[in-house]
Design a protein. Structure first.
Length: 413
């Protein structure tokens, strides 16, 4: 964690992961976030190797086009280095890393991006995501197969379509050039931030914290407050007229800030069980989250599978609701049956009657009915007894009700 006045890089292992597979860099002209993947060994190596290769491009370029070319070349070179590393260390097969980088040249900024780390620009009080996620779900959204809302809860939302690694010798890297404006604030982050903290919240934090370091720290804290299931890395860069950061030493954070370890798990932090237990429902993101679908048919198959799963979930839900409704109806029926074993004596018009049920109604449903009208007139009863009958006299059972009628009959004039 460190700052260079106008920029800051902050990285945190999070609350669940055993090691930090992210790497971050805040230099003089160049700023980078890389998020590694590849099982229990490899992700941290991948992001560190890539970042260390890419930061060789932290130089002054004659033009933005030159900077863009240099950035693209350094990402391609990093990809080659990763493939070579896997060749020498086959146990690292499948490792890869995202890279999102900005390289300033004069009043422009060159951007290179691959994977699902993100670059945002806060300009004139509005936060805009500059990069597109190279994720499976984003591809499905782009091709109109699913909606953005479906994508947000998609079971494969962390699956990446493109990364640097040992899979593709010439990975497709997005590059572009942006004009700089004084007052701009750039944010680079790993998905440990953007998957758990909303864009609105990110925007609010960036606006509320004028210092780059404060903003970076605060954003990491936002992710920690959400349980931080993943490593989280943010780089905040403020643009002013001078961009006088050349005097400030560059800062490396995360995995790339540590010595590279290739062998097994020795020297790494042990998995912190208490944190896992605190978040039993938040599964750690799947480690092997990179795949290259061979064809559109395969994509369609996956979509069908997801739809099937969603339909099964819906059916399960409907069956659950139906069972609850049946249970309620059964309970009401049994309750009604029970009330119909009860009797009481009360007034029916000007006469006395035995009623079956209880006096209450449930909405429009009456829970009682006249069982038998008796020949005793209310007007023949002494006034106190008449009042008692009008208030109803409950009986233990039908025989008890008949006994009450006999007593009333005796009391009648
Ligand atoms: Ca991540």
């Amino acid at each position: 964690m460190a700052t260079s006045g106008k920029s800051a890089a902050v990285s945190h292992v999070g609350k669940i992961r055993a090691n930090n597979q992210d790497s971050g860099y805040a230099g003089t002209q160049l700023f980078v976030v890389a998020d590694g993947m590849g099982g229990h060994a490899g992700g941290d190596v991948a992001s560190a190797i890539a970042l260390k290769r890419i930061i060789e491009a932290d130089r002054v370029f004659a033009s933005a086009d030159d900077a863009q070319f240099a950035l693209q070349s350094s990402l391609t070179a990093a990809n080659t280095m990763l493939a070579e590393t896997v060749f020498e260390h086959p146990e690292l097969t499948g490792m890869g890393t995202t890279v999102s980088a900005i390289l300033r040249s004069g009043d422009k900024i060159a951007i290179a991006h691959i994977g699902d780390s993100r670059i945002y620009l806060l300009r004139d009080g509005q936060l805009k995501q500059i990069t597109a996620d190279h994720t499976f779900v984003q591809r499905l959204v782009d091709s109109g197969r699913i909606t953005p809302e479906e994508a947000a809860v998609h079971p494969r939302r962390s699956v990446l379509m493109r990364v640097l690694g040992d899979v593709d010798a010439a990975p497709e890297i997005d590059t572009t050039v942006y004009d700089l404006k004084p007052g701009d604030r750039w944010l680079l982050c790993s998905d440990g931030l953007s998957s758990y903290v909303s864009d609105d919240r990110i925007e609010a934090v960036l606006k509320a914290n004028p210092g780059a370091r404060d903003a970076g720290d605060r954003l990491v804290k936002e992710s920690l407050d959400q349980g931080a299931p993943d490593n989280v890395t943010v780089v905040v860069v403020d643009v002013d007229e001078t961009w006088d950061s050349a005097s400030v030493p560059p800062v490396i954070v995360g995995s790339a800030a540590l010595p590279l370890t290739f062998e097994g798990e020795s020297g790494r932090r042990p998995l912190r069980l208490p944190a896992l237990l605190l978040h039993p429902l938040k599964s750690t993101q799947q480690e092997d989250s990179h795949f290259e679908p061979e064809s559109d048919e395969y994509l369609d198959e996956l979509i069908l599978e997801d739809r099937r799963r969603a339909r099964n979930r819906r059916i399960g839900w409907l069956v659950g609701v139906a069972l609850i409704v049946i249970a309620i109806i059964l309970a009401l029926f049994l309750g009604y049956r029970w009330t119909q074993t009860l009797y009481y004596v009360g007034a029916n018009g000007q006469s006395v009657a035995i009623y079956r049920g209880i006096q209450q109604n449930i909405g429009p449903f009456s829970l009682h009915s006249v069982y038998e009208n008796k020949a005793i007139k209310l007007s023949d009863l002494p006034s106190y007894t008449r009042k008692t009958v009008q208030d109803t006299i409950s009986a233990k059972d039908l025989k008890d009700a008949e006994r009450i009628i006999e007593r009333l009959s005796d009391a009648a004039k």
